[in-house]
Design a protein around this ligand. Sequence first.
Ligand SMILES: C[S@@+](CC[C@H](N)C(=O)[O-])C[C@H]1O[C@@H](n2cnc3c(N)ncnc32)[C@H](O)[C@@H]1O
Length: 287
Amino acid sequence: MQSPTLRAVLHSATARLAAQHDSARLDAELLLAAALGQSRSYLIAWPERVLTDAQAQGFAALLARREAGEPIAHILGRREFWSLDIEVTPATLIPRPETELLVELALARIPVDTAWDIVDLGTGSGAIALAVAQERPRSRVLATDVSMEALTVAQENARRLNIGNVDFRLSAWYAGLDDARRFDVILSNPPYVRTDDPHLHQGDVRFDPIEALVSGADGLNDLRIIVAGAPTQLRPGGWLLVEHGYDQGEDVRRLFAEAGFVDIQSVADLAGHPRVTLGRAVAAQTP
Ligand SMILES: C[S@@+](CC[C@H](N)C(=O)[O-])C[C@H]1O[C@@H](n2cnc3c(N)ncnc32)[C@H](O)[C@@H]1O
């Protein structure tokens, strides 16, 4: 029997995935490109090419994993974030597109030509820290996490991407930071999902580490610690920017106000949901 062409393989794989995944065509392309060791543009350029038996078997194995629900980022071991090729593992949250808003808002405040001190709390794969560090090479970025496994992945990403202005620290929020060091910017995409949120049992989220997601009954346990502790870690006038759930904007702005921040605002993501809240520390405070 004649081996099927790339076009035909893509067509049938898309049809198989369509029942479960909105991104069926894209998923099929990413998996086929990986099985061939080629880029997606190769599939478009050469639709009449046929797969070797080994390639067909490799692709079938990848497709079966996706059909079983495994996220594309875990199957490929990679996710693009801010145009960076970020390695992810089951120990790290898969970086989300909405987190690019946090990076964008941070970069709008961090000067290009000055060496600022920046910390990314709960760095996971390192996505936020690495994007900011790459865009602001004069600044020094500290990336922290309570998970040694995640920190190892983040460190490896920095090495592979050749981004040298990032340091890594095992730390539960501020507990492991140097007493005397003060930051110009604190960034965090912390766990903010409610313990009973039904989304935890749906789609790709099922494969994220649970400790990267949940934060108590109202989802705000970690944000309370991060916001309340930020003024003593920031230089006067320094910025705190945090990501949060689509319905947590009001609560998080209240936490900022209680901690004494000024210029507080929440910014909506592309879906129109308040997704990042930011504010400025007025003056250094003593604990
Ligand atoms: C929602 S994930 C975000 C990961 C990454 N910053 C991103 O945006 O893709 C939250 C991260 O916070 C870390 N984390 C959870 N509790 C922590 C704590 N007490 N101190 C520091 N990091 C913590 C988790 O290990 C996880 O990597």
